[in-house]
Design a protein around this ligand. Structure first.
Ligand code: NAD
Length: 510
């Protein structure tokens, strides 16, 4: 009997999603021939291909934004406000779709992704108050028959360049105030998780934002460099790592642009001997490992002061085995994978370099990572870390928490202030006087008192000091409105006008 040879079953490779640009109200497939891979980090496989823009494609987007600007800035404040409310409604309605995209491409767990969208929504809500926010001042009769008033006007075309770790929220920090102020916008999102930018573009269009007001250019440094030198781009907002932030600030300002460039971080949580140890340990664990440590406000160093160190380290350590690491779509997962294999491997490398430099490894996430191809690393804890070690000096941006032991409050303060970064910090204590002194003395932009991740609410502004921010203005909140507008002061004298007419209708704004 002859056996029939059967063809081996071929596993069909799932089709890759193509992620393209959004220019002048439509998806525009890239034509540069350059692309980058997009992964599902929990599965460790490529799921998409994102187009990388050429200089010409960036120019098309800027031209669309420039063409849309005159009509957009002329639209009444009342109409723009109505649109902001509609945008708010649509983003709220589609928050789960946005969150799913974040989990798929970034890896963060779904509840965290929803939290990201929620914090972004709060910035949009703040911008719904734009008529109030753009109010100027008025001084009557500064001289006989002369009044003086101030107004704020939009800049024109502004660009946003954003990082991988908040693919929906950080763009919202930029486009919501920029658009509300009357600017038109070109977004260059991270090439690692670009899909949320396109859903955002569709939602803005559905809300009624005119074509060309919001554009998305996918890509890498080619697109960024073009935005930095483009003569029609008036301002650049950047959020990302410190070396790139510095480059963006230096190049953008050299080219005459207004720039706010937010950089990396190394956030210290100081725990004083009088702190509630259980509460401090809960806070440290939540703030260090949430979103796999890929937050610019994550706590990466706990500074244990005096005899709090031993019980605090023990309290942190005993919480670690209870953390569930897994695919972000699984509701039982509390921490997802890292964004790429390379990043996971770089983060894991500190678990070798730190002990070689004298630290103690209390938890090694390589041993507890879920099996499979996903870019997972379990939670990791290093004790006896010193400022000379790479694990202390580098922004690891992963689930690795370092403990630095010091003897006094003054030593703790000195450590925080000597660090080149100044994004966030926190102090845990029951002593209000010491907490207030810390708030007064510390050279950091965002401070938490018994709050581990002090991200300001939308009606304050977000930003660090030192190497965590280049530029004069923090992002969103009142400083965001200032960044996206420029002031004008008018001095006026009027002859007696005779222009009145009778109209018994109820006064309308539109
Ligand atoms: P990144 O600096 O690598 O990338 C940020 C953006 O810059 C991306 O859009 C990227 O395409 C672009 N870019 C990268 N290299 C470039 C180059 N050589 N020239 C021009 N453009 C370039 O940052 P990331 O890895 O996406 O994000 C993580 C970093 O962002 C961390 O350092 C984190 O602390 C920081 N971050 C800071 C804040 C903050 O508010 N301070 C918030 C979120 C993230």
């Amino acid at each position: 009997m002859t056996e029939l040879a059967t063809a081996p079953e071929r596993a069909e490779a799932p089709e890759l999603k193509r992620i393209s640009h959004w220019i002048d109200g439509a998806r525009v497939p890239g034509s540069s021939g350059r692309t980058g891979p997009v992964y599902n980090p929990a599965q460790g496989r490529q799921t998409g291909e994102v187009d990388f823009a050429s200089v010409e494609e960036v120019d098309r987007a800027v031209a669309a934004a420039k063409a849309a600007f005159p009509a957009w800035r002329t639209l009444s404040l009342s109409r723009r406000t109505e649109l902001m409310f509609r945008i708010r409604e649509l983003v709220h309605q589609r928050r789960e779709d946005l969150a799913r995209l974040l989990t798929e491409e970034h890896g963060k767990v779904l509840s965290d992704a929803l939290g990201e969208v929620q914090r972004g929504l709060e910035v949009i809500e703040y911008c719904c108050g734009i008529p109030e926010l753009l109010k100027g001042g008025f001084s009557e009769q500064v001289s006989t028959g002369i009044d003086v008033y101030s107004i704020r006007q939009p800049l024109g075309v502004v660009a946003g360049i954003t990082p991988f770790n908040f693919p929906a929220m950080v763009p919202m920090w930029m486009w919501a105030p920029a658009l509300a102020c009357g600017n038109t916008f070109v977004l260059k999102p991270s090439e690692k998780d670009p899909s949320a930018s396109l859903l955002t573009a569709e939602l803005l269009q559905e809300a009624g934002v005119p074509d060309g007001v919001f554009n998305v250019i996918q890509g890498d440094r080619v697109a960024v460099e073009r935005l930095l030198e483009h003569p029609d781009v008036e301002a650049i907002s950047f959020v990302g790592s410190t070396p790139i932030a510095r480059h963006i600030y230096e190049t953008g300002t050299r080219n005459g642009k207004r720039v706010q460039a937010l950089g990396g971080a190394k956030n210290h949580m100081v725990v004083l001997p009088d702190a509630d140890i259980g509460m401090a340990a809960d806070a440290a664990v939540s703030a260090a490992y949430g979103s796999a440590g890929e937050r610019c406000m994550a706590v990466s160093v706990v500074v244990a002061v005096g005899d709090v160190a031993d019980p605090l380290v023990e309290a942190i350590r005993e919480r670690l085995p209870k953390i569930t690491v897994g695919d972000g779509t699984d509701p039982s997962s509390e921490m997802g994978p890292l964004v790429t294999r390379e990043h996971r491997d770089k983060v894991a490398s500190y678990l070798d370099s730190a002990p070689a430099q004298g630290a103690t490894v209390l938890a090694d996430g390589r041993q507890t990572a879920p099996e499979g191809d996903g870019f997972f690393l379990g939670v990791s804890l290093l004790d006896n870390v010193t400022p000379a070690m790479d694990a202390y000096k580098d922004e690891i941006f992963g689930p690795v928490l370092s403990i630095v032991r010091v003897n006094t409050y003054d030593e703790a303060l000195q450590l925080v202030n000597d660090n080149p970064y100044g994004n966030g910090t926190a102090i845990f204590t029951r002593d209000g006087g010491v907490a207030r002194q810390f708030q007064f003395d510390v050279n950091v932009g965002m401070v938490g008192i018994n709050v581990p991740i002090p991200v300001p609410v939308a009606f304050y502004s977000f930003g660090g000091w030192k190497d965590s921010l280049f530029g004069d203005r923090h992002i969103y909140g009142p400083e965001g409105i200032e960044f996206y507008t420029r002031g004008k002061v008018v001095t006026s004298r009027w002859p007696d006008p005779a222009t009145s007419r009778v109209n018994l209708g109820f006064p309308q704004t539109r």
